[in-house]
Design a protein around this ligand. Structure first.
Ligand SMILES: Nc1ncnc2c1ncn2[C@@H]1O[C@H](COP(=O)(O)OP(=O)(O)OP(=O)(O)O)[C@@H](O)[C@H]1O
Length: 574
């Protein structure tokens, strides 16, 4: 994923590296020119003679300033671009992910993992590899070359210094790394406590848990402060040691330089240039030690992100036979399904054949497998054995994406999403306003929509948080009416509606979609009295099927459901 992301930024990356090499070369060459200028002063007759060198020096400084400015472009575009692109890739993976695998991800954790992972991915590419190629490598290379030009002996001494720094860094990093890892764990713990406290006010307030939660968060916070301080002190001790080493080298170079200059073996300019180049040659090593720690931690975070998104893709979402027309004939033939490998099957030998254009209700107690049947029918879940045919074709051979263009589905949970009313009806598609209001009227939501100051452009909040449970369902119904497709699948769409609204909407649905395939999962039986066929589920098996009257006559279990429903029509049966 990181590689494919990087390949999108080839040009900026190349520009960034070239600018880095140019900057470091001109910088080192600038020091060399400065040395020539200083050493020429005692021998020259005045500014006129040195004018050319001075101009060259000024030019080099100016070029560095311009290149520094140009570097701002890749320096901003790359980290932001890579992180944003990784988030996009994450969404595109999720859009193709197997439904069951997606269900086990957990939203809060997923969002945090994607956000952290995208930042970590950018950190790995930009903060580590590119920083080395743009800054550290050319700085070391050109500084060493120019030092070698002045004094091969000093160059060898600097190289020996590198070895010492490298060994020191590795020792310190090992220690630092373990502290950072435990800091990360403490941060994750603290974030879990605070996020659940922020989000679940009612649960924690009414169970009087806040004081306890704050107590746990306090000790986590103290731990984080302690570990941060420790890391800082260890890190700084490395820099202090490092600074001592550089000071030592500089003093030795200065001492030897003074001795040689006194004997006429070298010049003040050369000694000055060497001191400046030594600073330049060692700072990349110091920086490397810092970014190496970050790199290691970023890798840890990024691997988590990759693991999360490596869940399998839905195998026939985008490949298979195109559904050009959907009449809606459905056959389940000996279908078996289990939610997990090695788990006992939830659905066992479920068989039924629904003619195209029929209205069908699936009923049964909570947990009997109704939604599972619907999700298998939609290709969201994949059967373990048996056959599922849609208009005579095995669902595994269909390109599901083309199937979804021809049906409407209201899911049991969160039937609306974070957008405006209009967005929830037609997403981004252009639509006639009058038609949208007609759909809202059919769903008994038109009056409410008209009363809102922003009308169709009113945001509904996350998962429709600004709407009541029943309003969410009515809005979802309005989407189904607005889409007006050939097959309609409604998974318990009326659970939050009052009896009168439920009856009116269900009558409209049955009337409006007469002749099209209509599948309704229902708890309240009086809502589906007039459907063509009812499938009766019990414990993952289809125990009977027939019209309402037929089932009432021959099925004791159905009569039991009906009597409870009839006794208390306003109470959800399950
Ligand atoms: N993603 C899942 N992973 C594991 N088990 C699941 C999953 N989804 C559902 N189940 C289990 O499968 C069983 C049937 O669930 P299903 O949603 O099909 O029932 P249902 O008849 O629609 O119930 P309800 O009327 O309460 O919506 C339940 O026992 C449920 O715990």
């Amino acid at each position: 994923m990181l590689k494919s992301c990087v390949s999108l930024f080839k040009k900026q990356i190349l520009l960034y590296i070239l600018l880095g090499f140019a900057l470091q070369f001109f910088g080192a060459y600038g020091i060399h020119t400065f040395q020539r200028l200083i050493d020429a002063v005692p021998l020259s007759s005045g500014l006129g003679e040195l004018g050319g060198t001075l101009l060259l020096y000024g030019g080099l400084l100016a070029v560095c300033a311009v290149f520094n400015y140009l570097t701002e472009y890749p320096e901003t575009a790359l980290p932001v671009g890579i992180a944003e692109r990784l988030k996009l890739l994450a969404l595109s993976r999720i859009s193709r992910m197997d439904y069951l695998a997606y269900g086990s991800l957990g939203t809060g954790e997923l969002i945090r993992t994607i956000e952290n992972g995208a930042q970590a991915g950018a950190g790995i590419v930009y903060g580590f590899y590119l920083r080395i190629l743009h800054e550290l490598l050319p700085a070391m290379l050109f500084s060493l070359l120019f030092i070698g030009f002045y004094s091969p002996a000093v160059m060898l001494a600097v190289l020996a210094g590198y070895v010492i720094v490298f060994i020191l860094t590795r020792l310190l990093l090992r220690f630092l790394y373990s502290v950072k890892e435990s800091l990360l764990a403490s941060q994750e713990k603290s974030s879990r406590y605070s996020v659940r406290g922020f989000m679940e006010l009612v649960v924690f307030r009414l169970n009087r848990r806040y004081r306890h939660e704050i107590g746990k968060l306090t000790s986590a916070a103290e731990d984080i402060v302690r570990k941060n301080v420790r890391i800082r002190m260890i890190h700084e001790s490395f820099f202090a040691l490092f600074e001592l080493l550089v000071i030592l080298i500089k003093i030795v170079v200065l001492a030897l330089g003074i001795r040689d200059a006194a004997a006429g073996g070298t010049t003040v300019g050369v000694v000055l240039a060497l001191l400046l180049l030594i600073d330049k040659v060692y700072s990349p090593i110091a920086i490397l030690s810092v970014i190496y720690v970050d790199y290691k931690l970023d890798r840890l975070t990024y691997e988590r992100f990759e693991r999360y998104l490596s869940a399998p893709a839905d195998r026939n979402l985008e490949q298979g036979r195109e559904v050009a027309e959907l009449r809606g004939g459905i056959v389940f033939d000996q279908v078996r399904f289990a939610y997990g490998e090695g788990e006992p099957p939830l659905l066992q030998d479920v068989s039924f054949a629904l003619p195209a254009g029929s209205s069908v209700a699936i009923v049964g107690l909570s947990g009997s497998g109704k939604s599972t049947v619907v999700k298998l029918m939609l290709g969201l879940l994949k059967k373990d054995s048996g056959r599922i045919l849609l208009d005579g074709t095995d669902i595994d051979e269909l390109r599901l994406d083309s199937l979804y263009a021809r049906l409407s589905y209201i899911s049991q949970d969160a039937p609306v999403f974070d957008d405006t009313l209009r967005g929830n009806l037609v997403f981004d598609e252009p639509a006639d306003e009058a038609e949208l209001y007609r759909a809202l009227d059919d769903a008994r939501f038109g009056e409410k929509a008209r009363s809102l100051p922003e009308g169709l452009d009113t945001p509904v909040g996350e998962r429709g948080a600004k709407l009541s449970g029943g309003e969410k369902q009515r809005l979802a119904f309005a989407r189904v009416f607005a889409q007006n497709r050939g097959m309609i699948v409604l998974d318990e769409p009326v659970s939050a509606l009052d009896n009168i609204t439920e009856r009116i909407i269900m009558e409209t649905v049955l009337e409006r979609f007469r002749g099209r395939t209509l599948i309704i999962v229902a708890h309240r039986l009086h809502a589906i009295r007039s459907v063509d066929r009812i499938l009766l589920m019990r414990g993952g098996r289809l125990v009977d099927q027939g019209s309402f009257d037929e089932l009432l006559e021959r099925s004791e279990y159905f009569r039991e459901l009906w009597s409870r429903d009839g006794e208390e029509p306003s109470v959800r049966f399950a």
